[in-house]
Design a protein around this ligand. Structure first.
Ligand code: 0A1
Ligand code: ZN
Length: 876
């Protein structure tokens, strides 16, 4: 157990920094065991802070060798070390040059925060609070400085030495060499980066709209060069898109990306030197799935877009994290929508939001997009800050329109360039550019929980009048019992009884409008009156998922009608999913009562219709064919029943596979790919549809087809789809496929991650024994975040029926993993705690077992504060 209680940081306690640092000079002498870091900070008192505020520098695990102020050695009595690793300098001058020398051990750093080694090379990760593990510094985003970085290293071991900005000088004789990088743009410390080692680059160029020549390099380990083409391509498309859509150009002469296989997250937007998890750089047709290709495009774009939304305009404090993340996710979503099918992209994004963010918003870690407090900021890189944050930006975009949004972005950047600002600054720019009062939208940033809306309608045939009443309500979350209504743009239309879209005219309007229109629901309840409505219509609501809310209570007959007739592809998909979900939840209840499961023929009919129309848009058809996931269904239940949900879903898949067998098989055969592998949207859509058919056919009992596909596959998408289906089953085909896959890919870490994940997610009765055995596999490595996640998180989050086994063994496995990982890498350990926090939504028996494991985690000596925060909040 922790003996001290970690400190909670409150948003309301923000105070400006006591000192500003105009210039930073860093000098590194790299050595894996003992690296020296000399820092020269040009400090001055911040006129906006109290005149006697202390000069306190953050530090974490630093061994100070010496400290000087304006050239004079500071005596020990002026150096006050805090228990948290910080350093306070007594009697500081109003301005001066502080010089410190510290020693750190990158090869002993398993947290992957600060400076660490991976495969013998050096990398840094500083967001959010890693810079303090490199040198003493006011490590907060509102201290922005100009950096000059000199790196000395062994010429043979580290031929490549990179940092932010532009390379300005280099030299050295004999065994060591040095380089100097200068970043002309002021930046917060979390954007500092250094990469050094034996790396090779794939290079290209980009000419910006105004004629600046930019050198582009992707730095990888020798042998990986041939797998960088897609990342480079995605980078160039991102650069062109940001110029075209937002008028934003790149602002340095060089843009470097370095890929590393030991990395806590997806990637990091350090100024001019992005550092990426190899997962989001390396791809070849044989080794990467279509999902991986799309992930690379999205993440490369996301990090690149941060150059303006995050780097040039940054966050005042970490509570404003969504200022850069929500906005940048919105931008990468728009980019991907423009690169492929907008409708399919939206469906996937909504699926992701519901799978991860809705449960978070309904669980113990529920927090507003702009949180009020935290213990460990690492724990707030969440789906709420990222995905819900992007939805809130989208709400503003919908409310004011694309043209005003673009003006708002221009204004936001012009006003705030090179500054650290708040979410209010963003909303104010949008408000000033549009002339629309957006003050009520702050409710979306400050209130946790997913709003629920319900519709009720009435048709008056005599007056040809249709009244639509919308209500909203947000359930209470911890610490926020009472919720205010929030502004909800409801994109909608009316369908006539023949299924055709009707023009709409509100009572307040003179002329009718055609197509989708947006109603703004601002109060708890509001009625909208439509005139000249010839017959009772069916309302199509929340087109394009115009707000991150739950729409409750749409009757089944309307869902079926909308799934067939609506003009909006999102609502067509959504209605099909909601229909299926409602049928499935009823079946879960039947299963719980011990009744037979039965079958709703409408589901087979829907599959048949989808297949018949699939040619027009195979990617959309693939999305429509997939039944609502187990997590989505569990999220709809007061008390989840993971085992019953799994049984029902399996039963339905088999039943649909049998009833639609010939049509599924015909589609499967017709989509066989003969040409070379291509990754355009159409080809991806065809593979997705074909594999969706394969899943049903296999569920119906025909494993030969999956085996044949596995044996013949020439690309990872088809190979992995088949392997996942085989791994879910039994018998020699399963073992043979897993063994041959491992033999073929044993040298490729990213593919081996998939091999671990597929087994962890196989819903077999021996799943827990399997994951325990895999943990002892020679290829398992708890220290590597990708590998740890591929086994542990895949099981806990991706295999609900086995994770929630009534023996409690699944919970014990997860808690054991958290306890083992915490001293190695606290941020990854804390992230793994999540699934245990869902105990309130499980039966009493499961809940008790889950709480017991959370308590066991909390009772562990020297727990990191991040894991403490997650486990203690989960128990509350
Ligand atoms: N800003 C990055 C996310 C990120 C956050 C923390 C990290 O280290 C613990 C790494 C990356 C992004 O949004 O891509
Ligand atoms: Zn980001």
């Amino acid at each position: 157990m922790r003996t001290d209680t970690p400190v909670t940081i409150h948003r309301q306690d923000y105070a400006p920094p006591a000192f500003l640092v105009d210039r930073v000079g860093l000098e590194f002498r790299l050595d894996p065991a003992a690296t020296e870091v000399r820092a020269r900070l040009a400090l001055r008192r911040n006129p906006a802070a109290a005149a006697d505020a202390p000069l306190r520098l953050d530090g974490d695990g630093l061994a100070l060798q010496e400290a000087r102020m304006d050239g004079t050695v500071l005596p020990p009595e002026r150096l006050v070390f805090g228990a948290d690793g910080s350093l306070t300098i007594a009697d500081p001058p109003a301005s001066g040059l502080l010089e410190t020398l510290v020693r750190i051990a990158p090869e002993a750093n398993t947290s992957l925060m600060g400076l660490y080694t991976s495969g013998g090379n050096f990398y840094t990760q500083c967001e959010a609070e890693g810079f303090r593990r490199i040198t003493f510094f006011p490590d907060r985003p509102d201290v922005m400085s100009r950096y000059t970085v000199t790196i000395h290293a062994d010429r043979l071991r580290c031929p490549v030495l990179l940092s932010n900005g532009n390379l300005v000088e280099q030299g050295g004789e004999g065994a060591t060499h040095w380089v100097r990088w200068e970043d002309p743009h002021p930046k917060p410390s979390y954007l500092f980066a250094l990469v050094a080692g034996d790396l090779v680059s794939v290079s290209d160029r980009f000419t910006t709209r105004s004629g600046r020549e930019v050198a582009l390099h992707i730095w990888v380990r020798r042998g990986d060069e041939s797998r960088c083409g897609h990342a480079m391509d995605s980078l160039k498309r991102s650069m062109a898109w940001d110029e075209e859509v937002f008028g934003l150009e790149y602002d340095l002469d060089v843009f470097n990306i370095a890929a590393v296989s030991d990395f806590n997250m997806g990637a990091m937007e350090n100024k001019g030197l992005n550092v990426f998890n190899t997962k989001y750089v390396l791809a070849s047709p044989e080794s990467a799935t279509d999902g991986d290709w799309q992930g690379i495009e999205t993440v490369v774009a996301h990090e690149y877009f941060h150059n303006w939304t995050g780097n040039r305009v940054t966050c005042r404090d970490w509570f404003q994290l969504s200022l850069k993340e929500g906005l940048t996710v919105f931008r990468d979503q728009e980019f991907s929508a423009d690169m492929g099918s907008r409708a399919v992209k939206r469906i996937r994004d909504v699926r992701g939001l519901r799978a991860a963010q809705f449960p978070e918003d309904a669980g113990p870690m529920a927090h507003p997009v702009r949180p009020d407090s935290y213990i460990e900021i690492d724990n707030f890189y969440t789906p709420t800050v990222y995905q819900k944050g992007a939805e809130v930006v989208r709400l503003i975009h919908t409310r004011i329109g694309a043209a005003a949004f673009r003006r708002g972005m221009d204004l936001y950047i012009a006003r705030n360039d090179n500054q650290a600002v708040t979410i209010e600054d963003f909303v104010r720019a949008m408000q000033d550019a549009s002339g629309i009062d957006l003050s009520s939208f702050m409710g979306w940033y400050d209130q946790a929980g997913t709003p629920e809306i319900a519709a009720e309608d009435r048709y008056d045939p005599a007056a040809r009048r249709y009244t639509l009443t919308l209500r909203q309500q947000t359930p209470p979350t911890r610490g926020q019992a009472d919720k205010r209504p929030v502004p909800i743009p409801v994109a909608m239309g009316l369908l006539g009884p023949d299924g055709r879209e009707q023009p709409t005219r509100l009572a307040s309007e003179n002329a009718a409008q055609s197509g989708t229109r947006t109603l703004l629901l601002e109060a708890a309840e509001q009625s909208f009156v439509f005139e000249d409505v010839p017959a009772p219509p069916v309302p199509s609501l929340l087109r394009g998922f115009s707000a991150p809310v739950r729409l409750r209570g749409v009757p089944r007959d309307r869902l079926r009608f909308l799934a067939v007739h609506d003009t909006d592809p999102f609502v067509r998909w959504e209605s099909g999913q909601q229909y299926a979900a409602s049928v499935m939840l009823e079946m879960v209840a039947a299963q719980q009562r011990g009744e037979a499961l039965g079958f709703d023929a409408a589901l087979a009919e829907a599959v048949a219709n989808t297949l018949a129309a699939a040619d027009a848009d195979p990617a959309f058809a693939a999305e429509a064919l997939v039944l609502p996931g187990e997590g989505f269904l569990a999220d709809q239940m007061e008390i989840a029943d993971p085992v019953a949900i799994h049984l029902v879903r399996r039963h339905l898949r088999a039943e649909i596979g049998r009833r639609c067998g010939p049509a599924l098989r015909a589609t499967y055969d017709a989509l066989a790919d003969h040409g070379p592998y291509r990754i355009d949207g159409a080809s991806i859509g065809r593979r997705a549809l074909r594999n969706a058919c394969l899943a049903y056919l296999t569920a119906a009992g025909d494993t030969a087809l999956a085996k044949a596909q596995f044996d013949a596959a020439t690309n990872m998408t088809d190979s992995l789809a088949a392997l996942a289906l085989l791994a879910d089953g039994d018998g020699p085909a399963r073992e043979a496929a897993l063994a041959s896959f491992h033999a073929r890919w044993r040298g490729d870490d990213l593919v081996l991650d998939k091999w671990f994940a597929i087994q962890a997610m196989a819903a077999r009765p021996d799943a827990i024994a399997q994951v325990r055995a895999l943990q002892a596999h020679p290829d398992f490595d708890l220290k590597n975040p990708n590998r740890a996640r591929s086994l542990i998180a895949s099981f806990a989050a991706g295999n609900p029926s086995q994770f929630h086994d009534l023996s409690g063994e699944g919970y014990r496995f997860l808690a054991d993993a958290v306890i083992a990982l915490d001293p190695v890498n606290g941020s990854i350990a804390a992230r793994l705690v999540g699934p245990l926090g869902q105990w309130r939504r499980q039966s009493a028996a499961r809940g008790a077992l889950m709480r017991r494991e959370l308590q066991r985690v909390l009772d562990t000596p020297d727990l990191s504060k991040g894991t403490f925060e997650k486990a203690s909040k989960a128990l509350l």
